[in-house]
Design a protein around this ligand. Structure first.
Ligand code: UT7
Length: 317
């Protein structure tokens, strides 16, 4: 039996930090409102010379180092992103060029905030069936470029960054299971237009926040049940929850569902804001590098985002 295991993690956050106090100077908001409603205090904002692929490269190189591998060892590159460098080619191909890891398949996954979980799930299938041995899975986002900085209902929420993992074939799990879903009925609740769509509007993030919030809490509740049942384990066996970092209130609801104290939840939302597909690999990397997450522990990763898309992974780290 072949499984995939996480051999290394990496992350990149731009140096520039935008605090809630900075935002108070830009739109009609307050530090108190943002903190109470979202849990966010600050977020990282990329420089003009940075792109999704430059951030992805930094995260990927760190993950490769952590795994003790070089770019030549990768045989698959998947990038989850809603903010690609270009419409085409894929950001994964541009990343492949940056890494000089030519020849292996490289493609993007468009599943918004669930993009990393989707990518992890795809890479896991390729490794399990023996087609790939070492996959680079990245979540990377330049959300500050598609935020309307005059819209207080969205501009306080998002940040930039990239996270990466190296998945490697192994005789032991590893990734125990992944679960991915979508419901396009709700595609209008959260979207960014583009210049080729039928929508004659600027390419900014638009969100019916409260509608998304309610569906997110219920859906994440369900995916926790699905993941535990599939693996036939009790919630008490989860060591760490590594949630998509959109809103502290949503994360708290999922932790409560699992009866997990917040000390067993990897939280980065306060410092990163919502970095969409980058948020879970960044949180995972944070948990690993701060020494919280240890080898052999059981992790539950879960995400929810535009599409609507959602997914989870149960991982023996
Ligand atoms: O990552 C992908 C998935 N995304 C999510 O999971 C995000 C889900 N949604 C959320 O996290 C929350 O809905 C938000 C944080 C976006 C908003 O929180 P909320 O508790 O749902 O607030 P709301 O949208 O219902 O707005 C409440 C009030 C409104 O004022 P009125 O109509 O009650 O007078 C807004 O105009 O808060 C107002 N408001 C603000 N006030 C100060 C909205 N944004 C702001 C702001 N500062 N930045």
């Amino acid at each position: 039996m072949i499984y995939s295991r996480i051999a290394g993690t990496g992350g990149y956050l731009p140096e520039k930090v935008l605090s809630n106090n900075n935002l108070e100077q830009m739109v009609d908001t307050s530090d108190q409102w943002i903190l109470e409603r979202t849990g966010i205090s600050r977020r990282h904002i990329m420089e003009d010379h940075e792109t999704t692929s430059t951030m992805a490269e930094a995260a990927a190189r760190q993950a490769l180092d952590a795994a003790g591998l070089t770019t030549k060892d990768i045989d698959m590159i998947i990038v989850g992103t809603a903010t690609p460098d270009r419409t085409f080619p894929s950001t994964a191909c541009i990343l492949q060029h940056r890494l000089e890891a030519y020849g292996c398949p490289a493609f993007d996954v468009g599943a918004a905030c669930a993009g990393f979980i989707y990518g992890l799930s795809i890479a896991d299938q390729f490794i399990r069936n023996g087609v790939a041995k070492r996959a680079l899975v990245v979540g990377a986002e330049s959300l500050s470029r598609i935020v309307d900085w005059t819209d207080r209902s969205t501009c306080v929420l998002f940040g930039d960054g990239a996270g990466a993992v190296i998945l490697e074939a192994s005789g032991q799990p590893g990734i125990c299971s992944t679960h991915i879903h979508a419901n396009g009925f709700y595609n209008d609740l959260l979207y960014a237009a583009n210049h080729i769509g039928e929508l004659k509007e600027p390419a900014y993030i638009k969100m019916q926040g409260n509608g998304v919030f309610k569906i997110a809490v219920k859906t994440l509740d369900d995916i926790v049940d699905e993941t535990l049942a599939y693996n036939n384990i009790d919630k008490s066996e989860i060591d760490w929850l590594i949630p998509h970092q959109a809103n502290l209130r949503i994360i708290t609801a999922t932790a409560k569902k699992l009866d997990l104290p917040m000390e067993r939840v990897i939280l980065t939302v306060q410092d990163h804001g919502n970095t969409s597909s980058a948020s879970i690999p960044l949180a995972l990397n944070h948990g690993v590098r701060t020494g919280k997450i240890k080898r052999g522990e059981t992790l539950l990763l879960e995400a929810f985002g535009a599409g609507l898309t959602w997914g989870s992974a149960l991982v023996k780290y």
